[in-house]
Design a binder for this molecule. Structure first.
Ligand code: SF4
Ligand code: SF4
Length: 107
């Protein structure tokens, strides 16, 4: 189980969640280990964040819950089972961003 980032993050990438994660497991939108460093540069480009979001590394997340209340757009859910049906595809996206296999029950 892992915290999962969903659709409201797309195009926002605020990075408030990154700041509070004690194990530095929130990355993207492009670099899988950069803790969102590229967001600043992308923000300065016209449409630079279009279609982009951040992701939580399911293998590293310790389920501490620190990130969830920090997100200004309520994009973070405490587990795969809490993700709303319409955003279910984001579970797989989070796993695949880090090259991990999504548990079959969440495919
Ligand atoms: S999940 Fe929320 S706080 Fe984290 S980058 Fe996306 S919009 Fe920002
Ligand atoms: S639940 Fe804790 S460890 Fe997991 S992504 Fe959020 S802040 Fe990081």
């Amino acid at each position: 189980m892992s915290y999962i980032i969903t659709s409201p993050c797309v195009g926002v990438c605020d990075t408030a969640c990154v700041e509070v994660c004690p194990v530095d497991c929130i990355h993207g939108p492009k670099n899988t280990t950069g803790a969102g460093v590229e967001v600043k540069e992308l923000k300065e480009q016209e449409g630079g964040l279009e279609g982009l979001q951040l992701y939580i590394d399911p293998e590293t997340c310790i389920d501490c819950g620190a990130c969830e209340p920090e997100c200004p757009v309520d994009a973070i859910y405490p587990s795969e089972d809490d993700v709303p049906e319409e955003d279910r595809s984001y579970i797989k996206k989070n796993y695949e961003f880090f090259g991990q296999s999504c548990p079959p029950e969440y495919e």
